[in-house]
Design a binder for this molecule. Structure first.
Ligand code: BGC
Length: 394
């Protein structure tokens, strides 16, 4: 009797081991997913035939990453994928842990905005070993050949647009006066920050060299002007110190080149509390966060560089779905997609230290009080509710 029971139990165990091994190896496509080819969905995942997309965003506190996260999630889900979204609170270890979990949960593709572009090499090796495809979203991931594609805006151009706005507003090409400027740049571990800085600095340098622009603090380098974690508070504190030290008794400050909207909020607070001059100081930004849109309308911030996140996510999802269907997209993705916005395919400029990463790049635009209605509201990127409150479109 005991022997018979033993044989019965052993048989059950063998059958169930056999069945579970089968189900983890042969995912079956859902009706509304693109047909998977051999190279698309990996065979070492145990995701029961689901197509899993992992989205790793750097920080939940900054408005834009919430929007990016939800646009990407919605669109991948509409394409039949299961989506995991994680925010890393700007912490490198949290992001690495998030990525490990997503690989373990059977992610077929990871869309990553790196907290620190240079800190993901080893976790991405693990992803590569599990045959997970990687899209660097908005920020390039450095020093690894495991990153397959990069989707972003022309980051150098963001800085150029900020600098050109300052040059035009201060009439630097025709005026004989010298103007005072300070720099508040981005997070040094974000690869984009250097591109923004370089675009701005290259454009402003001739005017610094010919004396039309003066930097009283003498702080013009990338590191000395940088803002850890793009923090509003850190930007505010640094500019307060500069104002107290170099702009006593109302010395005039004409412009602050702020790399993005979170730093521009800090600069605006510092000007409000510690600037003794009476002129309106030109203040640049980037993103079009709601608080900054109000500041532009109210004349507190002069401009922002707007990057249409919906479009960045549309390109990313099309790219992701194309990769998942087993293709190796190139410029043909742009030709076939027929988007109603411009996007270029770049295979020369985004070298991550290990390889040139094929990139899809979108165009940023300058937003000022003059064109904000036309560019942001008439286009439907933003709306006002019945109480007049501004919100970003879904
Ligand atoms: C993004 C900006 C953003 C900044 C802070 C950059 O990598 O390109 O849009 O303002 O990070 O999160």
């Amino acid at each position: 009797m005991l022997n018979r029971l033993k044989i019965y139990l052993i048989t059950i165990i063998i059958i169930s081991l056999f069945l579970s091994g089968c189900s983890s190896k042969t995912p079956s496509p859902k009706a509304n997913e693109p047909k998977e080819t051999e190279s698309s969905i990996v065979d070492n995942h145990s995701n029961d035939g689901r197509t899993v997309v992992g989205i790793s965003m750097p920080d939940e506190l900054l408005e834009r990453w919430n929007r990016d996260g939800s646009y990407l999630k919605d669109q991948f889900e509409k394409n039949g994928c299961d989506v995991i979204v994680k925010f890393a609170n700007n912490l490198i270890d949290t992001q690495i842990g998030d990525l490990r979990k997503m690989i373990a949960e059977g992610a077929d593709i990871l869309v990553i905005t790196a907290v620190d572009g240079a800190a993901l090499s080893s976790v991405l090796e693990e992803a590569r070993a599990a045959n997970v495809k990687i899209i660097a979203y908005d920020r390039l991931i450095m020093n690894t050949d495991a990153v397959d594609y990069y989707v972003s805006f022309d980051n150098y151009m963001v800085g150029v647009l900020q600098a050109e706005y300052i040059i035009d507003s201060l009439d630097l090409d025709s005026s004989q006066d010298s103007e005072n400027i300070e720099f508040v740049t981005g997070d040094p571990v974000d690869n984009n920050a250097r591109f923004f800085y370089k675009g701005a600095y290259d454009t402003l340098k001739p005017y610094i060299d010919n004396g039309k622009l003066i930097v009283p603090s003498t702080q013009t380098g990338f590191y000395e002007t940088s803002t850890a974690q793009w923090s509003t508070d850190i930007a505010q504190q640094r500019l307060q110190i500069i104002l107290n030290s170099y702009y006593p008794k109302g010395t005039r400050l004409d412009a602050v080149l702020c790399a993005n909207d979170s730093t521009a909020l800090g600069a605006a607070k510092a000007l409000e509390s510690n600037y003794l001059g009476t002129n309106t100081v030109i203040l640049t930004g980037q993103d079009g966060d709601i608080a900054n849109i109000y500041n532009i309308i109210n004349g507190i911030q002069s401009m922002t560089v707007y990057k249409a996140l919906q479009e960045e996510s549309i390109v990313t999802v099309s790219l992701g779905m194309s990769i998942l269907s087993g293709r190796n997209p190139t410029s043909d993705l742009i030709d076939e997609s027929k988007w109603d916005f411009e996007c270029s395919y770049n295979i020369k400029d985004y070298n991550n230290g290990t390889k040139v990463v094929p990139s899809y790049l979108l165009n940023p635009i300058t937003i000022t009080a003059e064109n904000i209605e036309k560019e942001l509201f008439d286009t439907g990127y933003y709306s006002r509710n019945s109480a007049g409150l501004i919100y970003a479109a879904d």
